[in-house]
Structure formats: C-alpha cells, structure tokens
Design a protein around this ligand. Structure first.
Ligand SMILES: CC(=O)N[C@H]1[C@@H](O[C@@H]2[C@H](O)[C@H](O)[C@@H](O)[C@H](O)[C@H]2O)O[C@H](CO)[C@@H](O)[C@@H]1O
Ligand SMILES: [Zn+2]
Length: 294
C-alpha cells in the first residue's frame, strides 16, 4: 500500500500540451514542494496539426501516428515538470481526439466528444478514489475556447466530482471521496493585456507570421473573478521546457510561443484559477491548498 504525500492535486486535460500551457508552472511548483501531482489526459491528440515539416508524416491524414508520438512528447514534458503520475483516461487511445468544433472527426464513434459521460466519468472516479486529491483543476464550461474535447473534459471532470463522492456509485471503484476544492483554469484580462503589451514592446510581433488576440486566449475573465494566482516565475524554465517538449504543437520563443496557427502569444508564468467548489482560504489565494491541507 503506497502512502501518498499529504497534499494531492489532480488535473484533467483534453490533449497532451494543454497541461503545460495552462498549468505547467503550477505543476512544477507543487511537484517540487513534494505534493502528489496527478495528470489525467483524455485523448492522445491524434487529430492535431504538426509544426515540424520533418514530422508532417505523423498527421491523421498521413500515417495517423501522431497519437503515439504525443505520448512521448507528454512523457518528456512531465519529466521537465517533475511530475511522475500521468495517465490517459480509460487507458491510452480509449478516447480519440475529436478535432476542432464542427470538424468531420466530431462524428467518429470512438472520439471523446461522442463518449458516454458516465462511462468516461467512471474512469476518472477510479483515479479520484485511488489518489483522493484535496484539489482538482479542470476547464470552465466552454473548455476555455470551445474545443469539443475541452468541453467534454470539463463535463467528465465535474461529473466525476459528483460520482466519486456518491457511496451508491460503483463501490467496486473504492471508498467515496469528496474533493474539497475544484478550480477552473482562467486568465484575468489585465494579465492578458500586459502580456500582449510586453510582446509588442519586445518587437516579437514581427518574428512570427501573426499575433494572437485577446479573444484567442482561453478562459479570459474579469480580474475580480480570479480566486487563486500561482506565481510560477521560479518555474519558468521548467514550463518552457515542458512546452518545448510538445514540439509538434508548440513553437517556443523565449517568453512567447505559438501554436500551429503561427499566432504568437505570451507564455503566462502566473497561472490563475477560479474556485467553483469548496471554500477559498483568502480573498486572493497564492496556494491552491489554502485551507484544506498542511
Ligand atoms: C491547445 C489545444 O487545445 N490544441 C489542440 C487543437 O489544436 C489546434 C488545432 O489544430 C487548430 O486547427 C490550429 O489552428 C491550432 O493552432 C491548434 O492549436 O486541436 C487539435 C485537434 O483536436 C488538438 O490535437 C490539439 O491538441
Ligand atoms: Zn487541447
């Protein structure tokens, strides 16, 4: 019987790369502090575009080998963050990347967007009842930016929070567990505006073919809606290394990056969260475990 650390954090993401973009510094911080950090990724990202020309053959409409390749990218990213516990929902390849909203891939019977909600949530309940986290991080109801896998990851995570605590649900999956605090990823508008001002001031808007806009940033909220902000500056190098590890999806340029759409955007080193379940430990928390664990 493995005895886990006192502080246990669970994060649920749609594709390999989302965890590093949204929470890389937070994950590195808590791993370095000795908390147990568990990442559950819901798909292998099989339908992603491929940035390096030398790897273009991996794409779904070529060799359809991007999923297994991204397993390796995710493992390298976890090494960079110091995270040892990362899993795929239902096992690697159980749910396939659904493609962007409206894409024909949304209709594939094996895609995550078509998953049965309670069946998928059951796989996550098993992890919750094993790890028994005090804190869960998930996407907001729009999945940050409306990608079907992100929306579904939100739904599965929130359904698993309910089911994991229900003693009548699947006793075979372990004792019920009530997650004390649930946060949704977010970015305060002031941080987005500051990031783009820095990008323009450093002239990076001329090095990439395009520049993202505020509307391209997932989960932008009014500053007042932010509950917790994690200062990830001490973990900047780890976050950048983790993002670089996802080389088919992300091109990193110092404190900026672009996805395969070539739109440069700031890399946020402060990572922000909105508490949607549980009690906040302060008006603006600097610790996700505030009030729940030593
Ligand atoms: C960050 C994220 O969620 N990436 C997803 C997303 O990828 C985007 C998609 O390919 C889009 O067409 C591009 O313009 C954009 O640059 C990409 O970031 O969707 C992919 C397909 O579902 C997914 O694999 C990728 O992880
Ligand atoms: Zn994603």
């Amino acid at each position: 019987m493995t005895v886990l650390p006192a502080r246990r954090l669970l994060l649920v993401h749609a594709h390999p790369d989302d965890e590093s973009i949204n929470n890389g510094a937070t994950m590195a911080k808590y791993a370095a502090e000795g908390a147990h950090v568990t990442l559950v990724t819901c798909t292998l990202g099989e339908e992603g575009e491929v940035i390096p020309a030398a790897l273009a053959h991996l794409a779904a409409d070529r060799d359809d080998a991007l999923g297994p390749h991204r397993i390796g990218e995710l493992a390298a990213a976890m090494d960079a963050l110091g995270v040892e516990d990362h899993r795929f929902l239902g096992g690697p390849g159980r749910y396939r990347d659904s493609g962007m909203m409206g894409a024909p891939q949304n209709d594939r019977p094996d895609c995550f967007w078509r998953a049965d909600l309670d069946e998928a949530a059951g796989h996550l309940v098993s992890v919750v009842r094993e790890i028994r986290p005090q804190v869960l991080v998930a996407y907001d109801t729009n999945g940050g930016y409306g990608h079907p896998d992100h929306i579904q990851a939100h739904r599965v995570a929130m359904r698993a929070v309910e089911l994991a605590a229900d003693p009548g649900f699947r006793p075979d999956l372990g004792e019920p567990h009530d997650i004390a605090k649930v946060y949704w990823n977010c970015v305060p508008r002031s941080a987005v505006e500051e990031g783009f001002a820095r990008l323009r001031a450093e002239g990076r808007d001329s090095l990439f073919p395009g520049v993202a806009s505020v509307d391209d940033i997932p989960g932008v909220v009014d500053d007042a809606d932010v509950t917790a902000s994690i200062d990830g500056v001490p973990h900047a190098a780890a976050k950048a290394a983790a993002m670089r590890a996802h080389a088919t999806q992300i091109a990193v340029d110092g404190p900026f990056f672009a996805l395969s759409n070539d739109l440069v955007q700031p890399m946020f080193l402060h990572e922000h969260y909105r508490l949607v379940r549980g009690e906040a430990g302060a008006d603006r928390e600097d610790d996700l475990f505030a009030g729940v664990a030593a």
